[in-house]
Design a protein around this ligand. Structure first.
Ligand code: NAD
Length: 485
């Protein structure tokens, strides 16, 4: 193994995990065995919750301006260690080095937002009647948990760690069992930045730990990012235990292309969106609906897709099962009459024969009822449908159960606005293939792409990670008493 056995990070120390269940982590890029991961048990989680609980009184009472000093230092350490962190992220996830660098740059932006929280969480005061004041303050919840997926080993953990902790909470982080390495490095950097012991605890493992988090009485709130099936499960299980929960799920993002769209820009954006991170982004373009005559744009998308070299411009998908699943979707669409214009099946990269690559795939003449049109594929595949009118295209988007993102490509402002108003998705793009709102705007979808209220990042995260305390104060005891006081 290239790295030592994965350990938990509890109360500021890396700890050996005792377990009979041991997973092997291999690099999707070339099959190199990276590390062994013993799966933690509920007892390990309990130890982490106890450490977090013990740290909470001190951390929550530390003024926020002092708390964010840790994150200023953490940002500096992310910058200083960026090449090494990006290499680890690329190695365990399979994404290209330039995608991993972009991921780490996004971690820095997320941390910058957390550093700005003292400016955003000031409460309000008002003299509500003579001599009587009402004031509000955002108070941390206590011990909170964050459960994350495999596709962004560093970024998604940084959606929650900086904000939740800067706001005064203590956290249990449960990384994906497919990519356990990056989070360990982030925890070590936070310790180096001065985060007190017990404020962040990392418990490595799989579904057993997720369920134990939902059930643990010492955990106040759970955030989850992953597939819709598990998001629903976590939302139901955690809220049944009366916890606050925000669970982000999967996606099927539609791009509506009008005939007046700029051909080069549209084709480049769509190809980059569907193939970036090997299509393993919850914001990836997955279904394209062409309105009217768009053959010239489809032709350019195919040209762009053919330029992409697997193993160089395109990373691997996470594992063999994933590669097989994606290729099954393509084959089924072909059998049902769709036309495979660019075929990424059976892609092998010379010298990396054990890597799990799927080349960019363009499928045309897809019907809305085919699985490739309806389901999340999570690979570098775009399914193209055709309609005669914009309303028909919007109906296809609206009928999909997901609602993470939707984009429209057009030069007509009125048509763009028409789509913004009617698309049933939380994040909309106009001439943008990956419409991720950057900080301070918040990230979160609609429908089956998110369960719970509010969004996970940006200003919206303040509501999730804190509760509001309302005080009514009579500063002057001589003030008269009336029905309102
Ligand atoms: P996943 O749902 O399989 O796993 C996510 C987490 O759930 C992991 O930590 C895993 O250990 C845990 N888990 C898996 N199976 C479980 C079970 N049966 N019971 C309890 N816990 C379980 O997701 P993934 O494959 O790691 O990630 C890909 C998915 O995440 C895609 O669907 C993608 O769209 C989604 N995603 C969504 C967003 C978003 O913002 N909406 C962002 C990133 C990824």
């Amino acid at each position: 193994m290239k790295y030592e056995r994965i350990r938990n990070f509890i109360n500021g120390r890396f700890e050996t995990i005792q377990s009979d269940r041991i997973l092997t982590i291999t690099s999707p890029g070339d099959g190199t065995p990276l590390a062994e991961l013993p799966c933690s048990t509920a007892a390990d989680l309990d130890k982490a919750v106890k450490a977090a609980k013990a740290a909470f009184p001190g951390w929550s009472k530390t003024p926020i301006k002092e708390r964010v000093q840790v994150f200023y230092k953490y940002k500096f350490l992310l910058e200083k260690n960026l090449p090494e962190l990006a290499a680890l992220c690329s190695e365990e996830n399979g994404k290209t080095m330039s995608e991993a660098v972009a991921e780490l740059e996004k971690c820095i932006e997320l941390t910058e937002f957390a550093c700005s929280l003292p400016q955003l969480v000031t409460g309000e005061t008002l003299e509500v009647s003579k001599g009587i004041e009402c004031r509000t303050e955002h108070v941390p919840l206590g011990v909170v948990a964050s459960i994350v997926p495999f596709n962004f080993p560093a970024m998604v953990p940084n959606w929650t760690i900086p904000n939740a902790i800067a706001l005064g909470n203590c956290m249990i982080m449960k990384p994906s069992e497919k990519v356990p390495l990056s989070v360990g490095r982030l925890a070590a950097l936070l310790k180096e930045a001065g985060l007190p012991d017990g404020v962040l605890n990392v418990v490595q493992g799989d579904a057993e730990i997720v369920n134990a988090i939902c059930d643990h009485p010492g955990i106040e709130a759970v955030s989850f990012v992953g597939s819709t099936k598990i998001a629903k499960h976590v939302y139901q299980r955690a809220t049944q235990q009366l916890k606050r929960c925000l669970a982000l799920g999967g996606a099927k993002n539609h791009l509506l292309v009008l005939p007046d769209a700029r051909p080069d820009m549209t084709a480049q954006n769509i190809t980059a969106s569907m193939s970036g991170c090997a299509g393993q982004r919850c914001m990836a373009a997955s279904a394209m609906v062409g309105v009217g005559e768009i053959d010239h744009i489809v032709e350019k998308i195919c040209q762009e897709a053919r330029k992409i070299v697997a193993g160089k411009d395109l990373g691997a998908v996470i594992n063999k099962e994933s590669k097989q699943r994606i290729e099954r979707y393509i084959t089924e669409a072909e059998q049902q009459g769709a036309k495979i214009l660019v075929d990424g099946r059976h892609t092998v990269v010379a010298g990396k024969e054990e890597g799990t690559y799927v080349g960019p795939t363009v499928i045309d003449y897809v019907k809305p009822d085919m699985a490739v049109a309806r389901e999340e594929i999570f690979g570098p595949v775009i399914s193209i449908m055709r309609t005669n009118t914009l309303d028909e295209a919007i109906a296809i988007e609206n009928n999909n159960p997901y609602g993470n993102a939707a984009s429209v490509f057009t030069q007509n402002g009125g048509a763009a606005r028409y789509v913004i108003e009617r698309a049933s998705a939380g994040m909309i793009g106009v001439n943008v293939g990956v419409p991720v709102p950057r900080e301070p705007f918040s990230f979160g979808g609609w429908n089956e792409s998110k369960f719970g209220v509010g969004d996970i990042t940006g200003k919206s995260s303040i509501e999730f990670w804190t509760r509001l305390k309302k005080s009514t104060i009579k500063w002057n005891p001589e003030a008269g008493v009336n029905w309102m006081s």
